[in-house]
Design a protein around this ligand. Sequence first.
Ligand code: ADP
Ligand code: MG
Length: 682
Amino acid sequence: MKSLDSPVETLSGIGPKRAVLLANLGITTVRDLLFHLPRDYQDRRRVTPIAEAREGETVTVEAEVVRARQVRLRGRMSLAVVTLRDSSGEMQATWFGRGFLAKAFVPGARGLFTGPVGKYKGPALKNPDYEMLSGDDEEDRLHTGRVVPIYRLTEKVTQRMLRRWAWNALNACAPELDEPLPERLRAKYKFPQVGQAIRTAHFPDEIDLAQKARARFAYEELLEIQLGVLGERAQRLHEEKGIRHMTNGPLLAAFRASLPYKLTSAQAHAVDDILSDLESPRPMLRLVQGDVGSGKTVVALHAIAAAADGAHQTAVMAPTEVLAEQHFLVLRGMLEPLGLWVELLTGSMRGAAAARRRILRGEAHVVVGTHALIQEKVEFKRLGLVIIDEQHRFGVYQRSELAAKGTNPDVLHMTATPIPRTLAITVYGGMDVTVIDEMPPGRLPVKTRRIPADKIPDLYNYIVERAHEHLQTYYVCPLVEESDKRELAAVTTHFHELSAGPFSGIRTALMHGRLDPDEKDRIMREFKQGLVDVLFSTTVIEVGVDVPNATTMVIEDAAQFGLTQLHQLRGRVGRGNVQSYCFLLGMPKTEDGARRLDIMCKTSSGFEIAEEDLKLRGPGEFYGVRQAGLSDLRAADLIRDVRLLDHARRDAQDILKRDPALAQPQHALLAQRAARFRQRIK
Ligand code: ADP
Ligand code: MG
């Protein structure tokens, strides 16, 4: 007996070899096969007689192959020309650049050909999709005269095979499918019941109906995910085990009074959100997302001051030593005047033992560090607040390890990596999210230009002139991986050649990931102090470093970088009140590369860039997406299904309000799947 969970080999026509091929599509069971939903449909109900095919239309003809030949064109190109015939007449079908196809058409064979009608010695189908018929009537009826599904394929598996197998699987097992969606929700969206929906998704009477059926499964999937991520959160909302921080104490007041500028309203909102989390008894889990330079650090400082008012320690974890050191300097500069002790703890540091003692005794109020903070020997006296900068750089495990050093401390995540909203509410669905979408006043957006090869000497002159005005330049060369010696050579060569040539009159320095941390630190410090005019570097300067006097960013071979990374690099300039420029060098080798550079020139908004990046790369490549178990969605598409996602999220909230543990029988299946999703992202 076949059932949903039987291996696909139990279906006729699938042997061990084909089972292996199907596994490439993620299909191992009959259920998987059913949920291998079509990526598209073709309406083959209307077959056009050849005599009626008009230029400019897209038609399907059912015809016999009369003859097929390969026509050589200029160069190595060739054309396949196949003469087709039905009872009304003859026409050609041509495949440009694919002359080899001619061999595949045997005179006398019958097939369906779908494509636009153009011209080749009379009306001709241009590059049509085609499918040959078997001559077996019953079999052919699955593939003709109806709306047919088009599946994602793999090697040696054809549309016809998948259609046949899906058909068999539907007949054998569709009635067994349990309905996970409560009646109420199905009625709300007029979704078909599961068994009918799966049939319609594969073999719809109308294409519209198929879309509705597919939407049902996409919604179902998104609802399960939202129940998974929000479920955790709902549990936390019921917890009262967190710390009630003080938010009207003297340190916070003194800190506010010490600020040399007014907060932007986005910053003020973020501070409000955070302070109300802090004073509530449930542990905070909030993500602050703000473009580079939007002023996240000062927002975090409010939280630190509030924690210190209640004699709680704060741990701040950053992904790199350079960044940890920079945070340390900024925090110390602002907190020491208030009488707070700020400690630095990194892997390479001398005097770590003494620092750890001060942390254990509670003499250190704030500890800034790298992942060295999560070492076992680091113990806090009273850790009440954890801040994680550039949080996507850490694994879930590292983040929770740090929080485990306190008793339900409040946790604040910060990221400058803009994430499209659709992804944010799925990937970070379990966190509260605050967006800082405003820049401090007076900031001039960085102007971005592409520099053609013949203008590079002008660029060098420009950089030298800026240096004479004490304005500095970053000169970034690509480095694919820290260990890539060739790329390292690239930055080193540029540094030596330019330092000896056009930049011989100004001060240059070289920085890359291979230098030891002391050396990196020294160079970075010299650059910050204005002792270096041009800093040649790999992407080690990518995150967070703040040098207001640096106003020029040059990126060699810019098309090598991803959009998000380009945007991060560009964020290193434009941090003061002088107009900054970002110059992109090199010719893109791919269309996508060219598109990335165009987008960079067009917009300076991190969120716009993130949306574009999502379109170019697809969601699979985004930080956090894979970890969040979102790279193998069956029906949902995070770009196309934004509306469904909003509905799913609201419905999930609503369900959890009525049934927080998903204990009601009508939610049983949803509960199971949500739990499975949570398991996957653990
Ligand atoms: P982020 O961490 O978001 O990249 P930072 O917190 O490093 O940004 O802030 C960037 C710079 O802007 C810092 O030099 C900071 O002092 C300054 N800054 C932050 N907020 C304001 C504000 N409201 N007005 C003026 N300058 C600000
Ligand atoms: Mg920052």
